[in-house]
Design a protein around this ligand. Structure first.
Ligand SMILES: Nc1ncnc2c1ncn2[C@@H]1O[C@H](COP(=O)(O)OP(=O)(O)OP(=O)(O)O)[C@@H](O)[C@H]1O
Ligand SMILES: [Mg+2]
Length: 300
């Protein structure tokens, strides 16, 4: 069904414990940091994308646009993202509904072209590990694709409650399939849950005061925007203080970055926007070394 591409350059496969956990944000930041850290040709690939928008050129994936931008990868989007579907469903299901089987030969050609023209290749996965990719082979998932390609894997995981289970399941499956886990990226970390909570309470009191000022005709003082306005994580989630150490202990994998939760308006990688807080958090790791993560014995 899928001819494995012949790959000669180093690369990383960026997966996550679920969809929407931060693969695109992490891939963009890694690509950007690899360029800062000395690589001039960073290739990127989103093998399959669903939920694509339709424009004059056809279907376009925002994830592909984002990773291409931060990597400054000059290849056409249909090379970076060879398989595209309109409906926001798992790729196998989107393919089934569109009655258009995925063209894995096109993916092989894309990866060989990126390998031949770039110094390294970053691949952003789709959803989590067991997302099905082919309508006729429902057992064939992202995990099989990762194992076939052989790149070391970066796992993006949530910062809060539930992440220990989801991350351990992901890491265990990867290792059972013979993949190298290069490390974890914790995304959406609230630096100090206690302080974030206090800020949120203070701001809500301030908003109420402004509201009553409005009612009495007084001029309201502007409320300073802060990350507490847009927290995606529950600021009371105590597990954030212990998850980092437990993720390390349970998985014997390095934490490559801990990315803080940022105001939603500042995080728009598809428009070329990522806050310094995210880029800097990922920049604490020297990524050329991660590209050289050793493969399991007997491979590579
Ligand atoms: N640290 C962060 N702070 C604030 N918002 C974030 C952060 N990380 C990700 N987001 C937002 O969360 C959403 C999901 O992130 P992202 O698109 O990177 O996930 P994904 O794993 O690539 O999802 P998909 O499975 O759809 O490819 C996006 O809207 C993104 O802007
Ligand atoms: Mg994505």
């Amino acid at each position: 069904m899928f001819r494995a591409p012949k790959l000669t350059k180093p690369g990383l496969f960026i997966t996550a414990t679920d969809t929407g956990v931060g693969k695109t944000v992490a891939t963009c930041a890694i690509a950007w940091q690899l360029r800062q850290q000395g690589l001039s040709r960073v290739g990127v690939c989103k093998p399959m994308a669903s939920g694509c928008r339709r424009d004059r050129e056809g279907l376009v994936s925002e994830d592909a646009e984002a990773i291409a931008h931060f990597a400054d990868c000059r290849q056409p989007l249909n090379i970076i993202n060879p398989i595209r579907y309109a409906r926001p469903l798992a790729p196998a299901v989107a393919a089934d509904q569109a009655q258009e089987p995925p063209d894995f030969d096109a993916l092989t050609r894309s990866l060989e072209l990126l390998d031949a023209t770039q110094e390294c290749v970053l691949i952003e996965g789709v959803g989590g590990l067991l997302v099905p990719l082919h309508p006729k082979k429902p057992q064939w998932t992202v995990l099989d694709l990762i194992a076939l390609l052989g790149y070391p894997v970066v796992v993006v995981c949530r910062a809060g409650l539930g992440t220990l289970n989801h991350t351990a399941m992901t890491v265990r499956l990867l290792r059972e399939a013979g993949c190298t886990v290069a490390g974890l990226i914790i995304n959406g970390y609230v630096p100090d849950p206690g302080e974030a909570m206090a800020t949120a309470v203070k701001q809500s009191a301030q908003r109420e005061a402004n509201q009553s000022d409005k009612e009495t005709g007084a001029v309201a003082a502007p409320v300073k925007a802060s990350s507490a306005d847009t927290l995606q994580a529950d600021p009371r989630d105590d597990s954030m203080t212990t998850n980092r150490i437990w993720l390390q202990k349970m998985n014997h994998a390095p934490i490559l970055a801990t990315i803080p939760v940022c105001p939603a308006t500042s995080v728009a990688p598809e428009k070329g926007r990522l806050p310094d807080a995210i880029l800097d958090a990922v920049g604490l790791t020297y990524w050329p070394d991660v590209l050289r993560s050793p493969l399991p014995l007997g491979e590579g």
